[in-house]
Design a protein around this ligand. Structure first.
Ligand SMILES: [Zn+2]
Length: 152
């Protein structure tokens, strides 16, 4: 990678041609030195921490793509693959997803914080960082029925 233009072209290619085998996360990992050299700190952090959303905002900022409208399409419980890259989605459901599942997922995506906590907010996640939806788990309004949730 010799220039900012080349770097942005390469980023755009990865964003527009996603595959489970070559996730954006890997591209960012392989290109950290170039990202640091050719882009500013703000772009660097966006790419490093914000997955697809960060990448789109960097491409927008440099005029490579038109601003993206994120529509919130309701996700279906039967969905198993990321609509964007096709990778297996990780569903985190209270009472169903075990600490071991979470640790395994954390190791797969290389997130030491999640592995250490063995906790992640209930929701559905793409391991490539393309997408996530958080769930608000409504508690029963009757105080007597909200007792034993921490017996795992
Ligand atoms: Zn994905």
């Amino acid at each position: 990678m010799e220039s900012k233009i080349e770097l942005l072209d390469s980023l755009q290619y990865i964003v527009e041609n996603p595959t489970p085998e070559r996730p954006l996360r890997d591209w960012v990992g392989e290109n950290l030195t170039n990202i640091e050299a050719f882009l500013d700190r703000r772009d660097y952090l966006k790419l490093k921490r914000r997955g697809l959303i960060g990448a789109l905002s960097v491409l927008e900022r440099h005029g490579k793509i038109e601003p993206t409208e994120f529509e919130s399409t309701p996700i279906d419980y039967s969905e198993k693959h990321c609509r964007y890259c096709g990778n297996d989605l990780f569903w985190v459901l209270p009472g169903k997803t075990s600490r071991d599942d979470i640790i395994e997922y954390a190791q797969r995506i290389g997130d030491e914080q999640i592995a250490a906590d063995a906790w992640i907010h209930p929701g559905v996640y793409c391991p490539n960082g393309c997408t996530f939806v958080l769930f608000n788990i409504a508690r029963n309004s009757d105080p007597e029925t909200t007792s034993s949730e921490n017996d795992g």
